[in-house]
Design a protein around this ligand. Structure first.
Ligand code: SF4
Length: 94
């Protein structure tokens, strides 16, 4: 049986800290090359382009891999922290 990435990600449990985003971005950063880095690199597909070319981001499904931080900490990423204790992703395998 073939399992898609989306199905695998859906098995994880996410404890979302609604009052404290652990990642914050500049959604109107003007360099499209920077936007595309995030859109292409995030393994959870959390960065998307809005119709007006601004960046849409939802931290709720974050896998805490740090790729966006490495790629754009000096440009689009304005804050990157691990979620508070007991919050964030709980990986489930199998
Ligand atoms: S830390 Fe990883 S999963 Fe989370 S938003 Fe950044 S690239 Fe996506």
């Amino acid at each position: 049986m073939r399992i898609t990435v989306e199905e695998k990600l859906a098995v994880n449990k996410y404890f979302v800290d609604e009052g404290n985003a652990h990642i914050e971005i500049d959604p109107a950063y003007p360099d499209m090359k920077e936007n595309m880095k995030l859109i292409n690199a995030c393994p959870a597909g959390l960065y998307k382009l809005n119709e007006d070319k601004t960046l849409f981001f939802d931290y709720a499904g974050c896998l805490e891999c740090g790729a966006c931080r490495i790629l754009c900490v000096d440009t689009i990423i304005k804050k990157w922290e691990f979620p508070e204790n007991t919050m964030g992703v709980e990986f489930r395998y199998g």
